[in-house]
Design a protein around this ligand. Structure first.
Ligand SMILES: [Zn+2]
Length: 291
């Protein structure tokens, strides 16, 4: 194996000092953020946060977490929006700022960086990131798309969401509040990707994608840090697999995974990899304290 060009790759210090050193050494950082980052800063999809927000839905359907509930089938569109409107307030319109997101922003503030996230919550907006550096590849909970996928545009109506929450009864919103596609008349649904149909990707989404691709093109041969934070097992194709593939093609790159679960790292990039398995929010706040 060739010798590393990364001074802090050998972890004799604490993981906090090690990660701080690696970020400082990098010429550019690509950050990939998954659900584990939001969970680490309090936006959990299981337990009391979920149970307090949706007791009647849990009683009716026996959901075990909020993502399962979000993706599940509902009786009709009135019930769908009764759930989704409450979900949208909790995880988007009324979502408070997360400390781990503030810490990461502080850590990156003087770096050349770009972010890709599979999270559709409001965490980056709430922490006041430069949103042209954040590619929301899986859409946003605050956006809607035509459920018939008739055209590639998204919609948003926060006032209507708030009315749905206030005016719902017995797990149904009033019929007249169900939103419909202005083009084809099909009901609107939350902007999200499903395995069969994909996702409505509007002009803004494509612009985000272009910015991300340009950044990767520009820095692909440099001393580039691929920093993966809290990426789980559900959609490895968006962050983990490309990060690992691109690391393999750039001998100057380093792949860092922050995760308490020990996901397998392919043999060909083992020498270019660092695993951080301490608590995400502790490590990030620890770095900020050292700045
Ligand atoms: Zn339509």
């Amino acid at each position: 194996m060739s010798e590393t060009i990364w001074q802090y790759q050998e972890g004799q210090d604490s993981q906090t000092i090690q990660l701080k050193g690696l970020i400082e050494e990098a010429e550019a950082v690509v950050v990939g953020i998954g659900a584990g980052m939001s969970a680490a800063t309090g936006f959990t999809y299981v337990g009391s946060r979920f149970e307090q927000a949706f007791p009647e839905f849990i009683e009716k359907y026996g959901y075990y977490d909020m993502l399962q509930a979000f993706l599940s089938e509902f009786e009709d569109w009135r019930e769908y929006w009764a759930f989704q409107s409450r979900f949208a307030l909790l995880n988007y319109f009324d979502q408070p700022v997360g400390q781990a997101y503030l810490d990461l922003k502080e850590i990156l503030k003087d770096k050349t960086y770009h972010i890709i996230t599979t999270n559709a919550d409001n965490a980056f907006y709430a922490a006041d990131y430069e949103m042209d550096k954040v590619f929301r590849i899986q859409g946003e909970y605050g956006l809607w798309q035509c459920s018939a996928f008739c055209h590639q545009q998204t919609y948003q109506d926060e006032d209507l969401i708030r009315r749905m929450v206030l005016e719902q009864e017995d797990l149904k919103i009033p019929e007249e509040l169900v939103p419909y596609c202005p083009e084809c008349g099909a009901p609107l649904e939350v902007n999200k990707r499903d395995a069969v149909r994909g996702m409505v990707e509007d002009r803004d989404w494509h612009q985000q994608n272009n910015c991300y691709q340009s950044f990767l093109d520009k820095y692909q041969d440099q001393k580039l840090l691929y920093l993966e934070i809290g990426v789980g097992h559900t959609t490895p194709q968006f962050i983990r697999q490309p990060f690992q593939k691109w690391t393999a093609t750039n001998p100057n790159a380093l792949y860092v995974t922050m995760n308490q679960k020990p996901y397998r790292i392919p043999g060909e990039i083992k020498a270019q990899s660092v695993r951080i398995n301490e608590d995400i929010s502790d490590v990030l706040s620890g770095i900020v304290e050292l700045l």
